[in-house]
Design a protein around this ligand. Structure first.
Ligand code: BGC
Length: 749
């Protein structure tokens, strides 16, 4: 919309920079500026009609609860992420919501983070691709997105005040790229800044974060909105580019902004810029339109859920369950499913499918009989031993026992982190008892964060990781159990053997106001693969009811560092299924320590039995680059990079080497640069060598030639110190000239 900024008073402008109430912005009817509604998000619309809150406590209007990001992450399917985004957008339109608060693309740094269910992955590339697909599809419906929580919000513990102490390379390589991809590819209407500090500065008034990186580097043109209550210094926030404070402050911070401008502390032009960006959001203003497609969206939720389930283990082809099977359905979650997480994303679902009902309804599985036992109580009430005994009796009469276990609402939620990966004890004891009795045991997990499989993994025949699948969970699980849907999910996060193996363990969740990201870029599988630490199931793992075989991988270098890769894959089994081609890059040696391999491209392909397909994936400069903190930019190291295809991050089946010229980096030389750096400089090095040999006696020159190791010994010595040893060998003037030369040839060539 066009509006005349100059017609607004400073007070009016400041008023637009904070909410009217919990969920809406202020309007200025005389200036033609309407109010808009922002609401959660991300996997459904939480439209509160009565009392408002940001913790999911008070009821909201019924809407479809789609599979959560933790599930969609495991689908490795951007089309499914888009399906969810578009459907959420349609529901938002029906409610008259302009901006939906999501998706969350924070990295799962620790499996303990209480909010991992709202995030896609431990990998930034996977998170970014899925997040961008969600946002593009959502915004096509005319509704704005709010990609969150920017940035380094990777834990719930002290989330409102902790300082995430992260080096810049790690921010650029791990914690930023998902946001960057969403911003560049999908142009979200808003970015939500996080509660926490980053290296000591609150995200809500971090100018480097919100302006230098987000706007200058990535070209973000939308508005930055605060997480609910994240503002700690409103005036510094406006100066940093934090446009809209939510919820409203009753006018208190608006007055601070006015006073700061009047007293010369804040440039009014910054207020104007924020006003323009907030007013631009009213483009998304919408009256409630149409009805919810309750049935259609439930069916979509079921389809997305089924394609997100990960078949972790399937000994003796226990699954799918065949006709004429006596099935024991055990566990409280079979009748009262856990399908979403607690907190601001909590949806009031239009309906909920329980697995027991769905299994009883299996029309395609003839002769299947079903018996049920509760097995345990989610809240640990009841007589655990009696419940277990009843379940064992039911399991004894069955051909297959299917156990529905997982975490309850009390075990994980927004607002706090878990302290253990273990399943509740009563459930573990139940698994032991049933597995000992039943002919076959299948475990179906419902959990927002990774749970440990240790202690019982080897006792059961099959495991389905269901995560939190949204309101159609029961029917989706049943679709996979009976083979109506062939599972095609893959882990978007590693399942460790022990919590202590996780690279963030020693530093999570921090202490005395700081959490140190000491593992740097070695997050999740980047660490496990590099350090050779075994895991129960690696990132990328996921089985199918059919078999796939990768036939070949061919790579073509098409630019300085652009590579096209053809991967040919065949469905060698007897069932249609979807295969995920996972492409990793094992980079060439660089001046910084790099992970063993990193996911750089993927594609999900649908193949009929016997069908072969070739997918072409493109790797660009970034796929090979690291972030160079000295140059403050991406750099590709010259040399041989390996392009690898794997069935997961730990199992590489094919690889091909590409030789890249890389970026020639010429750094400035100073007296603090090392002797090695001086000699290694492409222009200065040869000059220095010449100059030094000229100044040497024949004997000295011979000695140097006979002892090449001597140079190695002094290689890491700063030039300043070296000069003291070789007094007079390099005239000061010559040094000055060489430093000057290095300055003029700085940067990349
Ligand atoms: C959460 C956000 C959410 C907001 C509004 C906050 O507590 O961190 O993700 O969008 O509340 O409910």
């Amino acid at each position: 919309m066009t509006f005349d900024l100059s017609s607004l008073t400073l007070e009016q402008k400041a008023s637009l920079l904070s909410g009217a109430d919990f969920w809406s912005t202020k309007s200025l009817p005389d200036a033609g500026i309407p109010s808009i509604v922002l609401t959660d998000g991300p996997h459904g619309v939480r439209r509160q009609a009565g009392e408002a809150d940001h913790l999911g406590i008070n009821d909201s209007l019924p809407s479809t609860c789609f599979p959560l990001a933790v599930a969609v992450g495991s689908s490795w399917d951007p089309q499914l992420a888009a399906t969810v985004g578009a459907a959420v957008g349609r529901e938002a339109r029906a409610f008259g919501v302009s901006v939906v608060l999501g998706p969350g693309v924070n990295i799962k740094r620790s499996p303990l983070c209480g909010r991992n269910f709202e995030y896609y992955s431990e990998d930034p590339y996977l998170s970014g691709v899925l997040g961008a697909a969600h946002v593009s599809a959502l915004q096509k419906t005319g509704v704005g997105a709010s990609v969150k929580h920017f940035a380094a919000n990777n834990q719930e513990h002290e989330r409102m005040r902790v300082s995430a102490d992260v080096d810049h390379r790690t921010l650029r390589e791990i914690y930023f790229p998902a946001f960057e991809r969403v911003v560049r590819e999908a142009e979200p209407a808003t970015v939500m800044c996080a509660y926490n500090k980053i290296n000591g500065v609150y995200a809500s008034h971090n100018r480097w974060l919100l302006t230098d990186v987000l706007r200058t580097d990535w070209g973000f043109e939308g508005a930055v909105v605060s997480d609910w209550g994240a503002v700690s210094d409103r005036v510094a926030g406006v100066a940093a580019g934090m446009d809209l404070e939510m919820p409203g402050s009753g006018g208190a911070t608006d007055r601070q902004v006015v006073d700061a401008v009047r007293s010369g502390l804040l440039d009014e032009r910054l207020v104007d810029e924020s006003v323009r960006r907030v007013v631009a959001l009213t483009e998304f203003a919408s009256e409630p339109t149409g009805d919810l497609d309750v049935d259609g969206h439930h069916a979509l939720a079921r389809q997305v859920a089924a394609d997100s389930i990960v078949l972790l283990k399937n000994g003796d082809a226990t699954l799918p369950i065949r006709p004429d099977t006596r099935v024991a359905v055990i566990g409280a979650f079979a009748t009262a499913p856990r399908f979403q997480g607690g907190g601001s994303s909590h949806i009031n679902p239009t309906r909920v499918d329980a697995a027991l009902d769905a299994i009883r309804d299996q029309s395609w599985a003839e002769g299947v009989t079903v018996e049920h036992a509760t097995g345990f109580m989610v809240d640990d009430s009841g007589d655990a031993a009696a419940l277990r005994a009843e379940a064992v009796a039911v399991a004894a009469r069955a051909d297959v026992a299917v156990l529905f276990v997982g975490l309850g609402d009390r075990d994980e939620s927004e607002g706090f982190d878990r302290e253990t990966l273990a399943l509740p004890t009563a459930q573990v004891e139940l698994i032991h008892a049933v597995a000992e009795t039943a002919a076959k045991t299948v475990v179906v997990l419902s959990n927002g964060g990774v749970v440990s499989l240790e202690g019982w993994h080897d006792e059961v025949d099959a495991i389905l990781e269901g995560w939190l699948l949204g309101q159609a969970t029961g029917s989706a699980v049943s679709d996979v159990l009976f083979g109506h849907v062939n599972p095609s999910g893959h882990l978007a996060e590693s399942i460790p053997l022990r919590l202590e193996d996780n690279p963030s363990w020693a530093n999570f969740p921090g202490e005395q106001g700081h959490v140190r990201y000491g593992e740097g870029v070695f997050v999740g599988y980047r660490y496990y693969t590099s350090a050779g630490v075994p895991v129960r199931y690696p990132f990328g793992h996921g089985l199918s009811y059919t078999d796939f075989s990768t036939q070949s991988i061919v790579a073509r270098v098409v630019g300085v560092a652009d590579v096209e890769v053809d991967v040919t894959v065949t469905n060698t089994g007897d069932r249609a299924g979807k295969h995920v081609v996972q492409l990793y890059v094992a980079p060439a040696i660089a001046p910084v320590r790099r992970p063993m391999r990193e996911l750089r491209a993927f594609a999900k392909v649908d193949l009929q039995p016997g069908e072969t397909a070739t997918v072409t994936l493109t790797l660009d400069h970034r796929a090979f680059a690291y972030w160079d903190i000295e140059l403050d930019r991406w750099v590709v190291a010259a040399g041989e990079h390996l392009i690898q295809v794997g069935t997961d991050s730990a199992t590489i089946t094919h690889q091909v080497a590409v030789s890249l010229a890389g970026d020639t980096i010429v750094r400035e030389l100073t007296l603090s640069s090392t002797v090695g750096e001086w000699f290694g400089h492409p222009e200065v090095g040869p000059l220095l060598m010449q100059g030094m040999s000229a100044g040497m006696s024949e004997e000295q020159a011979q000695q140097a030639a006979d002892n090449p190791d001597q140079l190695k010994m002094v290689e890491s010595m700063p030039m300043q110190q070296f000069l003291a040893f070789v007094q007079g060998a390099i005239p000061e003037e010559a040094l000055e000239q060489m430093m000057q030369l290095s300055r003029s040839s700085m940067g990349s060539r």
